[in-house]
Design a protein around this ligand. Structure first.
Ligand code: SAJ
Length: 406
């Protein structure tokens, strides 16, 4: 039996996937409300294909509880926040979860950590936590790092098809864990050592962050000299060895906007390109704010309350707002004066900011300048509603004359 600890964005889909593929699974979360919701048959967030997966897992007998279970295999998928000042990963939740597992697990159990951690975290923090409990890592309990790689918006598909990495001290333990993941994962599963697995996960997200920063820098250069960055990237990407990502209003989510900082924090002076890239991405919401002011001036608009930000989530077609560029922009604007900017997002049903709308038509009626911060399908499909508006399209998806870009 596998006890999945932490039933959030990663733990829940993973638990459901395993259960629906014949693995006996119990999901544990310390949040009583969340556990009660799941027990009542309701999901805690929206994600394509998750409903069907939930039904299948429930039929297969998955159970949810706040209690840690006595079993031989644990998967830990709790959050790993980072310290905004030191830029280092804060493994406090992972350490706490491991300690709680140690209270109940039998000798020889395997603890698989899926949460993203920086290279060396298991050596520095987790092995010590085990010895502190009078146990010997590698003998009394086996540690494995199997970082998650799935992308919000396409989690179910990616769980089934992505390649995976498993880091373990002993090959046989890595192979045993590989067998569990093989129950559902059709991708290649590489078994390596723990530190390599930790590093690969952070490097994958760093690669993407640096590439996006490059695209954002190109957007700034092109804006400065009146060139079309999208056309330039499109042509460059026709070269067989060039693949530039897209500029945007900033980078959000709990991965690409966070993980690369671990390398900056842990390797000061060495991770210079990464440091600059993260600063470039973090500066994009302010860049958009300046574009808003420029466009208002050019259009003779003076009333900020007639400006509307379309999209509050960190990216398209998800309801996740973590580190969202729109929230960053609003925070920055509020810095100067109370933010009168209007907002709307079809995926955000609760009121999270002031001046938030819950209906597209009402939102559009209330503004003259629409800033497309997130490329939800809804706005792509309702372009005709923007015909009479001044538009700042941060994603180059609106096909109307006179549209402004970043
Ligand atoms: N973005 C751009 N330009 C682009 C692509 C993305 O500005 O060309 C922005 C998005 O709008 C968003 C942010 O970057 O704000 C991140 O979005 P994303 O879709 O690139 O990635 P995440 O954070 O949703 O998921 C990433 C994935 N990592 C990689 O693709 C290397 C996913 O596979 C990981 O599992 C996930 O991080 C994670 O948990 O680490």
């Amino acid at each position: 039996m596998v006890n999945v600890i932490g039933l959030g964005y990663i733990g829940l889909p993973t638990a459901l996937m395993m259960a629906s593929h014949g693995v006996e699974v119990i999901g544990t979360d310390y949040n009583k409300e969340l556990v009660e919701t799941l027990k009542a048959g309701k999901l805690t967030f929206e994600e394509k294909g998750l409903d069907e997966l939930f039904d299948a897992a429930v039929k297969a007998g998955i159970r949810f509880t706040t209690e840690y279970q006595v079993t031989d295999t644990y998967i830990i998928s709790v959050p790993t926040p980072y310290d905004k000042f030191s830029k280092k990963v804060d493994p406090v939740y992972v350490i706490a979860a491991v300690k709680d597992v140690l209270k109940v697990c039998p000798k020889g159990a395997t603890i698989i950590i899926e949460s993203t951690i920086s290279p060396g975290t298991i050596d520095r923090h987790i092995r010590g936590a085990i010895t502190q409990c009078g146990l010997e890592p590698g003998k009394d309990v086996h540690l494995v790092h199997a970082p998650e790689r799935i992308i919000p918006g396409n989690m179910v598909f990616e769980l089934l098809h992505n390649n995976r990495t498993i880091g373990a001290d002993k090959k046989e333990i890595g192979e045993a864990v590989k067998k569990i993941y093989s129950s559902f994962c059709g991708g290649e599963i590489v078994v390596t050592d723990i530190k390599t697995a930790e590093m690969t996960k952070v490097v994958e997200n760093t690669f993407r962050a640096v590439n996006i920063a490059f695209a954002n820098e190109l957007a700034k250069i092109c804006r400065h000299d009146n060139m079309d960055v999208y056309e330039i990237i499109r042509i460059c990407n026709m070269h067989p060895r060039v693949n530039i990502l897209q500029p945007g209003p900033g980078v959000g989510g709990h991965c690409i906007s966070v993980d690369p900082w671990f390398l900056v924090g842990d390797y000061p002076g060495l991770a210079k390109v990464i440091d600059e890239s993260m600063k470039t991405n973090d500066g994009m919401p302010d860049f958009v704010l300046n574009r808003i002011y420029q466009i208002m001036k050019a259009q003779g608009l003076s009333d900020l309350s007639r400006v509307g930000l379309y999209g509050l989530t960190y990216k398209e077609n998800v309801d996740d707002m973590r580190e969202s560029p729109t929230l960053q922009l609003l925070a920055s604007q509020r810095h100067h004066l109370a933010s009168p900017l209007k907002t709307y997002d079809p995926f955000v049903k609760k009121d999270v900011v002031e001046n938030q709308f819950h209906d597209l038509d009402a939102f559009l009626d209330a503004v003259d300048l629409v800033v497309v911060m997130v490329k939800h399908d809804e706005i792509r499909e309702n372009q005709d509603k923007l015909k009479d508006k001044i538009i700042l399209d941060c994603h180059n998806i609106i096909d109307l004359p006179g549209v402004y870009h970043i």
